[in-house]
Design a protein around this ligand. Structure first.
Ligand code: ZN
Ligand code: ZN
Length: 122
């Protein structure tokens, strides 16, 4: 279950090639084909969810509760969202956006870390 261990250690989805490189780093003499096979059986078992980033399949260990994904377009962070969204019958699989740290980074200096104050009505 070495492939699973690499995936658990990584909060963002990674490709089979990245898993392979990490295992070689750790001194595991494993073939890329073996990694692909291990990953697809983990996906079949429902332990790992598959994503697509820049046209490449990526993988992430997910919880077993029914959920959809919030995916940051900027850094690739994936959050699991278990709350049912209001979707008029649409089966939501993923919501794309920008995570809080990335949104902060995108702001000009003086606008950072200021609490949002609701506007008072006259
Ligand atoms: Zn998931
Ligand atoms: Zn982000």
């Amino acid at each position: 279950m070495l492939v699973l261990e690499v995936l658990i250690a990584e909060p963002r989805p990674i490709t089979a090639r990245q898993i392979h490189a990490e295992l070689l780093n750790q001194g595991e003499p494993i073939g890329l084909t073996t990694v692909y096979r291990a990953v697809s059986s983990l996906v079949d078992a429902g332990l790992v969810h598959a994503f697509t980033q820049a046209g490449e399949a990526t993988y992430r260990v997910c919880g077993t509760a029914r959920h959809h994904h919030l995916i940051c377009r900027s850094c690739g962070l994936v959050l699991e969202q278990t709350a049912e969204p209001r979707t008029d019958g649409f089966e939501v699989e993923a919501v794309y956006g920008v995570c809080a740290p990335c949104a902060q980074r995108a702001l000009p200096e003086q606008q950072r870390d200021q609490p949002h104050r609701p506007q008072k009505r006259p």
